[in-house]
Design a protein around this ligand. Structure first.
Ligand code: SAM
Length: 220
């Protein structure tokens, strides 16, 4: 057995925030730092009235699964990969009632109808943020994970988030909170982009104290 082969793909499952999450080569192995984003989302759900949760790039579904009991009126999970969506749905069904979440195959917001975006909205996104050329510098175990989950963009790696912010502005989404996770060298990119739209933001850090997350308040 290749020592770089991720153990998670041998057992086909991981335990994440108390949930059993099935993983295949179609989904990213959930990362510890994403817990930080989830915990922030839970706090928001406890303290703010939210009608809709929308998780973009859901992968194995860990974010919506970890948030479902923190109630919002409706919940959507999307991914560009139909294979990943199948795993997310399976995980939802195993841990909760899958009817509590609607799964939509979509490139960012493309297939999400306006009627699904009932506000106030909480949007979570852990999108691919490693630029394509960094593929070679990644640890060998990531080669077994889907490239579409990790790599996007030629210049900064932040480009898919740029597209998402643009799409939200274009759809005139307001009264929304967006939580994003990004790479350790993208804080400035994130701040510059948010400034373009005049939205307020707050940065928060991973367990190592590195600023890797942003809460963006879109006219709330
Ligand atoms: C970094 S993984 C995150 C998976 C999961 N949310 C997590 O935190 O473990 C990124 C996910 O975004 C999806 N994705 C990539 N490009 C996308 C796009 N343009 N629109 C929607 N989802 C996309 C990938 O298929 C992958 O499942």
């Amino acid at each position: 057995m290749n020592p770089d082969f991720p153990e998670e793909y041998i057992r086909w499952q991981v335990s994440y925030l108390g949930h059993t999450i099935f993983v295949t080569h179609d989904v990213l192995i959930p990362r510890l730092e994403t817990e930080v984003l989830i915990k922030r989302a839970r706090k928001i759900l406890q303290n703010t009235h939210i009608e809709t949760i929308l998780d973009i790039g859901t992968g194995s579904g860990i974010i919506p699964i970890s948030l479902r009991n923190y109630t919002a009126w409706q919940m959507y999970a999307t991914d560009i990969s139909p294979e990943a969506l199948r795993i997310a749905e399976k995980n939802f069904r195993y841990n909760l009632d899958e009817k509590q979440c609607t799964f939509i195959e979509s490139n960012l917001l493309e297939n999400i109808p306006n009627s699904s975006m009932r506000t106030p909205l909480l949007i979570t996104a852990n999108l691919p943020y490693i630029k394509n050329e960094d593929w070679e510098n990644m640890s060998a175990d990531t080669r077994y994970e889907p490239q579409i989950a990790l790599f996007w963009g030629e210049k900064t790696g932040f480009e898919l988030y740029e597209k998402l912010l643009y799409a939200l502005a274009e759809r005139h989404v307001n009264t929304a909170i967006l939580l994003i996770e990004f790479w350790y060298d993208q804080l400035q990119n994130a701040q510059d982009e948010v400034e373009k739209y005049g939205w307020k933001s707050e940065v928060f850090s991973d367990y190592a104290g590195i600023p890797r997350f942003m809460q963006i308040n879109i006219d709330i």
